[in-house]
Design a protein around this ligand. Structure first.
Ligand code: ADP
Ligand code: MG
Length: 212
């Protein structure tokens, strides 16, 4: 089973930046409905900075993930910036000093990242947040790898789970973040953060299948 190298991680970050750029206006429209209409701009600013900062000299996975987290914390702003930043910083710690990440190591790093995000944001499933896409995604990733699937197949399963999780946010009443100020009126709108999070998982699936 192929390991993930720094090139694959860079493809992931570039693919995520590209889909954020493409869907920036849609993300902002979602945030306009239940927030303050900046999620698309926040994420686009952050991921542009991440891609601009991608190292030209070789570094290991942990250094790349750590730099990504720090750039996101510095540039995204809002509630989502520190949460996405924490996700990548925790992934970096879990990656340790490996030069390539075995699928199980990558999955463990993802889980550590999502746990860090939850520890920081205190979201539970059903709160209408990033976690509603990311939680099901890491569960699907682990389950597929445990079934003996390839990393590419497991990431496709994770992406499908993230999409379902994103879609499931529509009827939810927000209990965290700005959208929670709307109470019941937040129901009937897809969560912007869960939408960008599903793009992050989809980008990983794209990056790994392209590299295979
Ligand atoms: P802000 O709300 O500060 O304007 P953004 O618009 O960039 O920040 O991000 C909003 C998204 O942040 C929401 O759609 C939601 O998914 C996510 N979010 C808000 N609070 C939390 C939290 N406590 N845990 C996880 N995600 C959260
Ligand atoms: Mg906002």
């Amino acid at each position: 089973m192929a390991d993930l190298d720094v090139d694959a991680l860079q493809r992931w970050l570039r693919a995520f930046a590209a889909s954020i750029a493409e869907q920036q206006d849609d993300l902002t429209a979602l945030d306009a409905a239940i927030g303050d209409a900046d999620h698309g701009a926040n994420m686009h600013r952050g991921m542009t900075a991440v891609v601009d900062a991608l190292p030209t000299t070789p570094v290991g996975p942990a250094a790349l993930l750590k730099q990504t987290g720090m750039v996101l914390i510095r540039t995204v702003g809002g509630t989502s910036g520190p949460l996405y930043g924490t996700l990548f910083l925790r992934m970096a710690s879990a990656a340790g000093d490996e030069t390539t990440l075995a699928p199980e190591t990558f999955a463990k790093a993802w889980r550590a990242g999502v746990e860090g995000l939850v520890a920081r944001g205190k979201a539970e499933l059903g709160d209408k947040t990033l976690y509603d896409a990311l939680g099901p995604a890491v569960d699907a990733l682990d389950a597929s790898l445990a079934d003996g699937e390839s990393l590419a197949a497991a990431l496709r399963a994770a992406s499908a789970a993230a999409d379902r999780g994103r879609d499931a946010t529509t009827p939810m009443v927000a209990r965290k973040g700005r959208a929670s100020y709307l109470g019941e009126r937040s129901a009937g709108h897809q969560d912007p953060g869960a939408t960008s999070a599903a793009l992050l998982v989809a980008a990983a699936a794209t990056a790994v299948s392209e590299g295979a």
